[in-house]
Ligand binder design. Structure first.
Ligand SMILES: Nc1ncnc2c1ncn2[C@@H]1O[C@H](COP(=O)(O)OP(=O)(O)OP(=O)(O)O)[C@@H](O)[C@H]1O
Length: 453
């Protein structure tokens, strides 16, 4: 491996540990150093990749770091996006500002752009799924979901745009990767961008790229995600969150097959298959004027509706087993078995955060069940919402008669917030949903609106 070092600055220990595992898989030989932003150990003159945790670092310190290591590629990570700050840091020259978790393919781009393309390409081709492995990308044993996946496999080889709709955490990104892996583009890049997580001012440059001097602080030219996805697939996650004026520009790019970098004078040809996802009711967004109808028609050549986990119960245990195995590989420890009681609880629970919540739950269970099977107390479902889970256990009829899924979700969210004393970040983590999703849902409850799935 030729990337000699990666420097991580100011990360909370648990996030650093997770990232180290992820980076270790991509670059097993590379030394990862840890620094504090205000420590006397300087990073002066460093090159390679520098990852900075943004929650505590003062802007002045970040500026000093940038100045002391002009050769390095700097990426700022956070668990709490701040639009203005993101724009400032990007303008300072950060390669990216991003909410954790960072998917592997994005880390690969950071690494590749840090000057280590060939080594990574070798590894990537070794890791690319063989056709027979594609089903492992999206684990499912539920009969209806398998049928859905068979239909998806039929449309995947075409170049048609795809719209994947489903609640947060249902696996829309996974399904998009499955489409990519089943297509002739599978050996090219799969690039994902979350339109909700990136501030408006930054999103445009991220998507379409910019030339040197396009705006204050644009000290070098940068390709956008469209160019990075050339001949591959671009996933536009949470597309309904894209501002309307960017939707117009996106439509032009899709129609004309070329992008104009900000500040650029000649368009760049691109060949990209676009997959868009949304957890909102997109036709309603069209009716409300928040989403362009012509773009909607352009994107929904194929629409895939991914049902919530509670409606595909046959997937709960296979997914739980898959996640346990993944943590077993990650921590190099044998996966614990599931006790009968744990199986009962897993199947009974409504999983408002869908597969993501199940994944977090299995992570906790894996860490807690050492040398013993997973028991209900390891699942911590009770801790998330004692009242709701107790109600559920004691009275299936009461739930059926009185509470809709939506009411139950609201009750679960409210109880979780009480449990964590109103800390939204912690509540979102426990529920296995993004902070933004939590915020949207709370906003909807406050305004009496119903939040479309
Ligand atoms: N069928 C599946 N097989 C394996 N892993 C899955 C599956 N579905 C979901 N996951 C895992 O669950 C987590 C959430 O999935 P994903 O990010 O694809 O959901 P999403 O619907 O795109 O969420 P959001 O709307 O919040 O962006 C990911 O870590 C993903 O790897």
């Amino acid at each position: 491996m030729s990337l000699s070092h990666i420097t991580m600055i100011d990360f909370p220990p648990h996030i650093e540990a997770e990232l180290r595992i992820q980076l270790g898989k991509l670059l097993p030989e590379t030394r990862i150093e840890t620094r504090m932003a205000n420590s006397p150990q300087s990073i002066e003159g460093k090159d390679g990749l520098i990852l900075i945790w943004d929650s505590m670092t003062s802007p002045a310190l970040v500026r000093r770091l940038f100045d002391s290591a002009p050769q390095a590629n700097v990426v700022i990570l956070t668990d709490n996006g701040n639009g203005e700050r993101a724009a400032d840091l990007m303008h300072l020259g950060a390669m990216d500002y991003r909410l954790i978790p960072v998917p592997d393919d994005v880390l690969e781009i950071y690494i590749r752009k840090s000057g280590h393309q060939s080594a990574l390409a070798q590894q990537a081709s070794a890791q690319r799924p063989a056709p027979e492995d594609t089903k492992n990308i999206f684990v499912t044993e539920d009969i209806e979901t398998r049928r859905l996946l068979d239909r998806v496999a039929l449309i995947a080889p075409s170049n048609a745009s795809v719209l994947v709709i489903g609640e947060s955490g249902t696996g829309k990104e996974r399904l998009s990767r499955f489409v990519h892996a089943c297509s002739s583009r599978k050996d090219e890049n799969f690039i994902a961008i979350n339109c909700a997580a990136i501030p408006e001012g930054v999103l445009e440059a991220e998507l379409f790229g910019h030339e040197k001097g396009a705006f204050t602080g644009a000290t070098s030219a940068r390709p956008g995600k469209f160019e990075l996805a050339h001949e591959g697939t671009l996933l536009l996650d949470e597309i309904t969150e894209m501002p309307v004026h960017l939707q117009a520009k996106l439509l032009r790019v899709l129609q004309e097959g070329e992008v104009d970098r900000l500040g650029g004078s000649k368009p760049v040809k691109i060949d990209v298959r676009v997959i868009a996802t949304s957890n909102r009711n997109i036709t309603q967004a069209v009716q409300e004027g928040a989403f362009r109808q012509d773009l909607y028609y352009r994107l929904n050549v194929v629409t895939i509706q991914l049902p919530p986990l509670r409606e595909r119960k046959g997937d709960i245990l296979p997914l739980a087993g898959h996640f346990l195995q993944r943590f077993s590989d990650m921590y190099r420890r044998r996966a614990p078995a599931l006790s009968d009681e744990a199986v009962g609880n897993l199947e009974y629970y409504p999983w408002p955060g869908n597969a993501r919540e199940l994944e977090n739950c299995m992570h906790r269970a894996f860490l807690m069940a050492v040398d013993e099977p997973v028991r209900p107390e390891h699942l911590c479902l009770e801790a998330l919402s004692p009242q709701v889970t107790t109600d559920l256990r004691q009275s299936g009829e009461a739930v059926a008669a009185g509470l809709s899924i939506r009411d139950m979700e609201r009750a679960l969210i409210e109880k979780t917030l009480v449990h964590v004393k109103g800390n939204r970040t912690e509540a979102a983590q426990l529920l296995g949903i993004s902070i933004r999703t939590l915020r949207n849902k709370l906003h909807a409850y406050e305004s009496g609106m119903s939040l479309a799935e």
